[in-house]
Design a protein around this ligand. Sequence first.
Ligand SMILES: Nc1ncnc2c1ncn2[C@@H]1O[C@H](COP(=O)(O)OP(=O)(O)OP(=O)(O)O)[C@@H](O)[C@H]1O
Ligand SMILES: [Mg+2]
Length: 264
Amino acid sequence: MIFRTSRPTQNRAENARIGPATDAFPAIELQGLSKTYGKGRHAVTALRDIYQQFPAGSFTAIMGPSGSGKSTLIQCAAGLDKPSTGRVLLGTVELNRIKEPTLTTTRREQIGFIFQAFNLLPSLNARQNIELPIRLAGKRVDRDWINKIVTQVGINDRLKQRPAELSGGQQQRVAIARALAPRPRVVFADEPTGALDTRTARDILELLRHTVDEFGQTMIMVTHDPVAASFSDRVLFLADGQIVDETTDPTADAVAARLTRLER
Ligand SMILES: Nc1ncnc2c1ncn2[C@@H]1O[C@H](COP(=O)(O)OP(=O)(O)OP(=O)(O)O)[C@@H](O)[C@H]1O
Ligand SMILES: [Mg+2]
């Protein structure tokens, strides 16, 4: 996908640092991805033979009933879980073939993941949590960018507090800021706005949209909320481990209507 022409050159340089110029390739490609948990009669097949491309600089929402495989899909796509069969390509790199410690480095530099269960480090304050992935990657902390993120997610006055001193919604916002801080090529988010009030949710969705439009970041977001999905370019509908439909340029109403038919 082509970056906006109005993009300042400074951002182009930044993107060159994020990763190689592989715009000819999708940011993420899933080839025949399947995942079965357990064995024998206890086996649960969570994903069935998924083929899908996520273009660089696109924002995709993934929706579907509970248990349809949404979390499994993004965890496999992000290299956090191993598919039973199939391949995940991150640009031109086959994620499942790289071994530790290279896998951890690749994930840290190129992939951001917003977990539903925050996963913040309890001994670090909010600012230290947000800056940790940048420091671990040995990169320079861009103060202006960090300030912009923490202001937009609304935790700029909570940066000295540790996770235990923050509410669930505030911890979620720190987790979102942490995922965006190093400007990874691809950001995965599992229900990033589920625990938030409508206003904060909207601010965060606008920030996610902004990182896609301005920095060519690729966003893949699981959500149950048709309004959240309407911030994306495309919605994939998952049912029983398969992609059963997709909508481009979604409106909240169209998504809600499609979802109702799916869940019946
Ligand atoms: N670690 C696991 N061990 C066994 N089965 C699992 C495991 N993780 C997920 N599953 C099963 O795989 C299927 C898909 O689960 P998944 O968590 O991907 O669904 P989901 O679409 O994210 O649901 P929700 O909307 O409730 O979060 C479910 O049947 C679930 O029970
Ligand atoms: Mg889930």
